[in-house]
Design a protein around this ligand. Sequence first.
Ligand code: AMP
Length: 224
Amino acid sequence: MNILIFGPNGSGKGTQGAIVQKKYGVPHIETGVIFRQNISQKTPLGEQAKAYIDRGELVPDNITIPMILNRLKESDCKSGWLLDGFPRNLAQAEALWKALENEKMKLDYVIEIDLDRPSAKKRIMGRRLCKKDNNHPNNIFIAAIKPAEKNGKAVCRVCGCEELATRADDQDEAAIDKRHNIYYDTKTGTLAAVNYFQERTKIVTVDGRAGVKEVSEELLKKLA
Ligand code: AMP
C-alpha cells in the first residue's frame, strides 16, 4: 500500500498519519522528521537544511527530492509506505509521479486533511513535543490531546514524560505564515500538488476541524 498524506501544518496530519501507518503496517516517512534527525546528528544534510527550516522555507528540491526517492528504495518500503510532508510543491509531485511510473509503482491513496488557515495556525502554536517520543500527540489547544498534569506541571498525556518542548519554528508566527503560504498555494505549492494527483489517483478528503477521534474514524471509514 503506497499512500501520501497531505494537510497544512497544524491539521493533525502527523497524528492521523500514525493511525494510518498502524492500519497498513507500512513505514511512516516524514520529511520533517528526517531533516530534524539530521540536524540533531549534525550531518552534512542537517547543516544544509537547518537555515531553511528555521526560516520556515522549503529545503531546496535538489536536496529533498533525491533524499526521499532514495528513502523509498530502502528495504522496509518493499511492501509500501506512507509519505508525510512530501511532496510539498508541484515540482516534487511531478518528480515523485515520474519516479513511481519508472518503477511501475502504484499510488493507492492520497489523503487530504482539509483545515482552514486560522485554525491550523492556532493548533501549531499549541503543539507540545514529548522528549521521549515525538509521536505522542500533545496540544494545549485541542481538548482531546491536552497534556496531562502532574504536580501542577504539564506532562505528556501518553507516557507521563515531564519534558514537553515546543519546536522553535512552531512559535514563530512569521515562519508559520511562510509555511502556510506554501501549503495553501494552489499555483505551485502544496495544494497544487494535491490537485496534480486529483487527476491521477483516488483522493480521500477528511474534514480536519473535528477532534482527533472523529477525524480518524472518518478517515478509516473512507479508506476501508
Ligand atoms: P514539518 O515537520 O513537516 O513541518 O517540516 C519542517 C520543515 O522541514 C519545513 O518547514 C521545511 O523547511 C522542511 N521540509 C519538510 N518537508 C519538506 C519538503 N517536502 N520539501 C522541502 N522542505 C521540506
